[in-house]
Design a protein around this ligand. Sequence first.
Ligand SMILES: N[C@@H](CCC(=O)N[C@@H](CS)C(=O)NCC(=O)O)C(=O)O
Length: 367
Amino acid sequence: MNPTPAPYRFFAFDASYFSAKVRPALRYKGVWYRELPARPGEIRRRTGLGFIPILVTPEDETWQDSSEILDALERRHPEPPLLPATPVQRIAAHLVELYADEFGTLPAMHTRWGVELSEATTRARFAAMLGDAELGRKAADRMAGARVAIGATEETGPAIEAHLGDLLAALSSLFEAQPFLLGARMSFADCALMGPCYGHFFNDLGSRRLLLESAVPVVGWIERCSAPDPEEQGEWLADDALAPGLLDVLCVMGRDAAPLVLETVRAVERWADDNPDRLEAPPRIVGGCEASLRGTPLERIAQVYTLWMLQRTLDAYQGLEEGERARVDSALSGTGWEALLAHRPRHRVEKWGFELIFRASEERSTT
Ligand SMILES: N[C@@H](CCC(=O)N[C@@H](CS)C(=O)NCC(=O)O)C(=O)O
């Protein structure tokens, strides 16, 4: 247990993607928390944004952004750990998080808003959750629109489904061999992957059926992450190893997500090149980008946040010593993530309160 004088307050929704990333971390850490329905007014008053979830500390400090919430929890309550101490496992975990946050939304939004059974029942759930049919309809319309904006359309649907099939097959094999992604202990990579897997796939009727019919070991893993038992936690694999099954998972992720994340970041960088006078207060969405998924053209919005997420992974990677980085390169060779890890963004973003702003990268400011 991690005792605090008062509970954390977790403003969240059961069917919310990023709430599903944070909840397993709170349970795993054994912190005292109370989950409360995400109240739009309360969230906006505290952050100025409309994003779910937020975590309010016992001291009434507001934490927003699932990645930062997990970091802050790790700093305050380092035991039990979510962040692997060794380089290969740490970078692998970052890549899973990057995948989940920046690509996993595609299959998740497709299976929720692009499949009739799921869409109809999720609409009913939104209305029930918000306690108001009209508010539910508006929220559902907004999210159904977001599905298309991020690139999950009728045309890209078959490629997304092919990706999801491969991902679930690889995850099923892995979870037949070991309980969590990195071994016998949960990590922040498991939390991140719970975003799509619990937040959408397990919640929505169409995809829940798919999981129960074709990926039961993944359902077992969802159950373990939903109720992490301290007595059952073992260790991450010895010698900084990655299980062969995890490498297969990383290959599916790297093949499909890495090029798309890279294209998105390139679009953000081009926008920043072209808009030097707007870097201190950029919009969250800076136009669009064109990419492809398994040969199908895919257009989607370019969000500054994607650069921040990539930066987070690259900072961890570049912060390693040379020998450690060489070990990471060798372990991840052939997974499809290489070009992304080698990328050096021309621009850097940072958090300013809850907003993202650009800062000239060190390379740029010294040249
Ligand atoms: N980067 C944020 C993203 C949060 C987010 O997008 N949350 C969704 C719900 S899961 C949301 O609030 N969407 C509302 C909207 O886009 O208007 C995080 O990691 O927490």
